[in-house]
Design a protein around this ligand. Structure first.
Ligand SMILES: NC(=O)c1ccc[n+]([C@@H]2O[C@H](COP(=O)([O-])OP(=O)(O)OC[C@H]3O[C@@H](n4cnc5c(N)ncnc54)[C@H](OP(=O)(O)O)[C@@H]3O)[C@@H](O)[C@H]2O)c1
Length: 211
């Protein structure tokens, strides 16, 4: 009986695609330390594919800090009526936002993906610096679309962080805009990834410093 239930469950669940769509400074920051992102305004008003991307996802997974910024700016409406999952390890009190479907999840990226798959989600838009980094480390990101703005801000909230081993990406496409924005799309898992993981010489620099 249990095995039959398991088989049925497997049949109804589909593998979730997890994508990142974000903008950064050329030196890789999503926002300034105070959560502002005035430096991302270059090329504003020109379509950069966000509308099409958003139309392709059925769930938006936001780190709590990104959610806070979205709420503060009153930008929740940008997501239309899409299902929004906010990740947080603390109790969240969602305001009653008309038309929005908000829910909270917590756990490892694998657990979150499993929960989303179990509820029928097919394509997730994963957003937030820590969130993206955790999902990447867990092997739970399939695609990254990053639009780089030609500005160096020196400090801020980074898109990428430490990884346990080299993560190889496959370049899909790059396009540039008259404003100087450069948008690149990558699939995670390039040819090198398939050959085998490249071990990272962890903290080699730190060791030298300390010795
Ligand atoms: N330029 C862009 O395109 C772009 C895109 C996204 C975000 N941003 C900016 O980036 C900044 C936020 O990035 P961030 O790196 O600070 O944080 P974040 O990823 O938005 O939020 C981090 C928080 O999310 C929660 N969280 C993450 N993974 C979780 C998990 N597996 N289970 C439970 N909770 C989890 C935790 O919340 P708790 O502490 O509540 O437990 C954690 O502290 C904001 O300024 C935002 O506006 C910019």
């Amino acid at each position: 009986m249990k095995a039959a239930a398991k088989r049925t469950k497997k049949k109804t669940e589909t593998k979730l695609k997890k994508s990142v769509f974000c903008g950064t400074s050329l030196d890789g920051f999503l926002a300034r330390p105070d959560d502002t992102f005035d430096f991302l305004t270059a090329g504003e008003g020109v379509p950069h594919g966000f509308v099409e991307f958003l139309a392709s996802v059925d769930v938006i997974v936001l780190g709590r800090r990104t959610f806070d910024v979205v709420m503060k700016l009153g930008h929740l409406g940008l997501y239309g009526k899409k299902r929004i999952v906010v990740l947080s390890r603390r109790p969240l009190d969602f305001p009653d936002v008309k038309g929005a479907t908000l829910e909270q999840m917590a756990g490892t990226p694998q657990e979150i993906v499993a929960q989303l798959e179990a509820t029928g989600a097919k394509h997730a838009y994963v957003d937030g610096g820590i969130t993206i980094q955790d999902f990447l480390r867990a092997g739970e990101i399939d695609r990254i679309i990053v639009t780089r703005v030609p500005v160096l801000i020196g400090t801020g909230i980074p898109l990428f962080g430490e990884v346990p081993h080299d993560l190889h990406l496959r370049h899909i496409a790059t396009r540039s805009f008259p404003s100087g924005l450069v948008q690149s799309e990558y699939a995670i898992g390039g040819a090198e990834e398939k050959k085998g993981r490249t071990r990272r010489p962890v903290n080699r620099r730190k060791k030298k410093k300390n010795s």
